[in-house]
Design a protein around this ligand. Structure first.
Ligand code: HPA
Length: 286
């Protein structure tokens, strides 16, 4: 298996997708655990099973359908990745993040990432949606950053800036879209752990101490690669469970079950964002 992909690999995947769709997407959506329902609202959709796409990583996790849905959502052209691959499935970081590189090759310049996460902030409740203000790259700090390896300066800089990882302006639009839909949007810092085991009570105390509001097993690598190639990123965590330091267990079933309730809220916010950006002339085809 290729460990380090090059631009030629991304272009091969992108060419394959281009031949299966009439759309040129500007927005990429990565839909996390139990949150894939939004893709069903995409109109004029072309659906591509991810197993057909060269080099594309394949998920083995329940709740991750593994297909691309490309079409129109609120007048915007979007490519939704239903189901993602996680680091704990055993693939290298560069493979996990290949979809972001391919989206860039296809013309995507705005990436909306979603995930299911555990609430660390004691004011959060299961079913809440959190706007990701920033992230803590714990897995990257441990030596697993998707940008490790040779840098192709045609794709992005060796040392990319991460000071505005989750775009300030897009976050403002998301807050307004949520308010218009009557949805309370929490805000906070997302921290990625490798997983797949959930956190111990001591892990939770540590995460609280370092300033995490939510914890999950994804998103940070995708955001890192998206920023490397200059995309603007907007991120949301669906709070599927909360950690109260009372020793209560966390289960994947609970994560998927609460995800079902979060899906419609997230769909309302994201479609609201797409409409508002279209009103500003952002993204829409001219
Ligand atoms: N921890 C880590 N990942 C998660 C959680 C959690 O509590 N909930 C959903 N994804």
């Amino acid at each position: 298996m290729t460990t380090y992909f090059t631009r030629a690999h991304y272009q091969q995947s992108a060419d394959f997708i281009r031949h299966r769709t009439q759309h040129t997407p500007k927005f990429g959506l990565i839909l996390g655990s139990g949150l894939g329902g939004l893709a069903d609202s995409i109109e004029n959709a072309n659906r591509i099973p991810s197993t057909d796409i060269p080099h594309w990583p394949h998920s083995t996790v329940e709740g991750h359908a593994g297909q691309l849905v490309i079409g129109k959502l609120r007048g915007q052209t979007v490519l939704a990745q239903q189901g993602r691959v996680h680091f704990y499935e055993g693939l290298p970081m560069q493979h996990i993040t290949l979809p972001v590189r391919v989206m860039f090759e296809l013309g995507v310049r705005y990436l909306i990432v979603t995930n299911a996460a555990g609430g660390i902030n004691p004011t959060f409740n299961p079913g809440d949606v959190m706007l990701i203000e920033d992230h803590i790259n714990l897995v990257g700090m441990a030596g697993f950053n998707p940008l490790i390896g040779p840098n192709d300066s045609d794709l992005g800089p060796r040392f990319p800036d991460m000071s505005n990882a989750y775009d300030r302006d897009l976050r403002g639009v998301a807050m307004r879209a949520a308010a218009d839909s009557g949805i309370t949007l929490r805000q906070g810092v997302y921290c990625q752990l490798a997983g797949p085991s959930f956190e111990t009570p001591a892990d939770i105390r540590f995460l609280k101490a370092i300033g995490a509001d939510a914890v999950g097993m994804s998103t940070v690598p995708e955001t890192t690669v998206a920023r490397h190639c200059g995309m603007k990123v907007l991120g949301f965590s669906g709070i599927s469970n909360v950690h109260r330091l009372d020793g209560s267990p966390t289960t994947h079933e609970e994560v998927l079950e609460t995800g079902k309730a979060i899906g419609p809220k997230l769909a309302a916010i994201i479609t609201g964002v797409l409409s508002k950006l279209a009103e500003q002339g952002i993204g829409v085809d001219i």
